[in-house]
Design a protein around this ligand. Structure first.
Ligand SMILES: Nc1ncnc2c1ncn2[C@@H]1O[C@H](COP(=O)(O)OP(=O)(O)O)[C@@H](O)[C@H]1O
Ligand SMILES: [Mg+2]
Length: 204
């Protein structure tokens, strides 16, 4: 068990105590921040394990529907907390991918879509072509200026306009590392003020 797991456990136990409302709010903040810390440390550890070859991807041919469903399930609560709708289109597409790691890549992209969108909808869909399949995650968020679209995949890069949001800038780098390791790639299309679409291409 890591220290962060204990931090979460103890703040969870604290939340069950009777206490003044002001203290309750602080304990809840403690819990929320611990969760974010866990997410951050997890990503850093995963990234360095992946980069050092400690973990390797094992891609297999499979349907994309369960993959998309698992990510939607993971993020539905977070989206609705922010008043956003998270929609998925059913798909019969399949591809060659590592379920766990591709879910991780998708989670980072959906996490961003929720974080950088104030109103509207996040849509997830997949289509199949002869040689590859494509997963699209689109949002109605802030969008990304054209001169930044190539930079956002760099390690630790964050746009100046988002500095007030929490993050360290490794989500997209990790996502790209994973998908490249599967022989695929990720690209973004975005219109500032309108939204962004991230597309993941996976071999079949
Ligand atoms: N859906 C999105 N809408 C607008 N900007 C985005 C979106 N996804 C990523 N970005 C931009 O790309 C940067 C890098 O993303 P990421 O690597 O996940 O880092 P983080 O989420 O920690 O900021 C973000 O800081 C933001 O500027
Ligand atoms: Mg991110």
């Amino acid at each position: 068990k890591t220290p962060i797991a204990n931090l979460l456990l103890y703040s969870e136990l604290l939340m069950e105590e009777t206490m003044p409302a002001s203290a309750k709010a602080n304990v809840e903040a403690l819990y929320k921040q611990s969760e974010k810390l866990r997410f951050l440390i997890d990503s850093l550890v995963k990234l360095s394990r992946l980069e050092n070859g400690i973990i390797s991807l094992s891609p297999q041919q499979a349907a994309l529907q369960p993959l998309l469903e698992s990510v939607v399930e993971q993020y539905t609560a977070k989206a609705s907390e922010k008043g956003l709708s998270l929609q998925m289109q059913d798909t019969d597409a399949f591809a060659v991918f590592d379920f766990k790691w591709t879910a991780e890549a998708l989670a980072n992209i959906v996490d961003n879509a929720i974080k950088y969108t104030e109103h509207g909808t996040i849509r997830i869909s997949a289509v199949s072509y002869e040689m590859f399949a494509r997963i699209d995650i689109s949002d109605t968020g802030s969008g990304i200026p054209e001169n930044e679209q190539a930079k956002i995949f760099a390690r630790f890069y964050r746009s100046n306009s988002v500095q007030k949001q929490e993050g360290v800038g490794i989500g997209l780098y990790l996502a790209r590392q994973i998908v490249s390791g599967e022989g695929g790639y990720i690209k973004v299309a975005s219109v500032p003020g309108k939204g962004s679409t991230f597309s993941i291409f996976l071999p079949k």
